[in-house]
Write a protein that binds this ligand. Sequence first.
Ligand code: FES
Length: 157
Amino acid sequence: MMATRRIDEQTTSEIVKQFDAKPEMLVQILQAIVMRYGWVPEDTIRQLADEVNLSRADVYGVVTYYHDFRTEPPGEHIVKICQAEACQAMGSRTLTDHARRSLGTALHETNEDVTLEPVYCLGNCACAPAVMIDGKTHGRVNADRFDELVGAMKESR
Ligand code: FES
């Protein structure tokens, strides 16, 4: 399921309360926020700093340390390519190079509303290399199959 990109302050506060507003739970709070919204905007960083009683620089430091905590909204479509061992053995690096060229974007970045992300095991190792497109996993993806899947994804807009 796609995460909604719209942020609302009250929901953010509720997430913070679920973790008792504990500063040591900041990573878990951020994970819950990213699950919900897909990103962590500047305003949310400010709000979190207030609510868990940390400085904005502290929160920002944690956000920028982890690639998963993006500070820009993701694209409408999210393409993830597995980089873990079984998929690497079956060519996921070459596939990732192909994906970068074909989508015109680097890992962790977005072009034309498509975000390209690495992922570390999709539980589909028997069908490596594995790709996830908008939450759906596909196995044994080569460059041609990748382009077909991306074409279908773009048509589904
Ligand atoms: S290593 Fe890629 S799906 Fe498990």
